[in-house]
Design a protein around this ligand. Structure first.
Ligand SMILES: [Zn+2]
Length: 65
C-alpha cells in the first residue's frame, strides 16, 4: 500500500544512490598520511583522512572530478 509520500521517498533514495554511484566511479583515493590537495600536502594526524579540510577536498574534486 504505497502512497504518494512513499513514492517521493523512493525517488529521493534513487537520486541519492545515483549520486553515490557517480562518486564511486571517480578516481579512488587512499589515505597516505598527507593531504591529497597538491597545493597543500599537509601531514594528517588521522591516518584515515584524505584531506585536512573541506577546502582541500573541494580543490581536489575540482582537479579530478
Ligand atoms: Zn590540505
Amino acid at each position: 500500500m504505497a502512497d504518494a509520500a512513499d513514492d517521493a521517498n523512493e525517488l529521493a533514495q534513487q537520486h541519492i544512490d545515483q549520486l553515490l554511484n557517480n562518486r564511486q566511479r571517480g578516481p579512488r583515493l587512499r589515505p597516505c598520511g598527507e593531504c591529497h590537495n597538491p597545493l597543500c600536502g599537509n601531514e594528517l594526524d588521522d591516518d584515515r583522512a584524505l584531506f585536512c579540510g573541506a577546502e582541500c577536498s573541494m580543490e581536489w574534486e575540482k582537479r579530478n572530478g
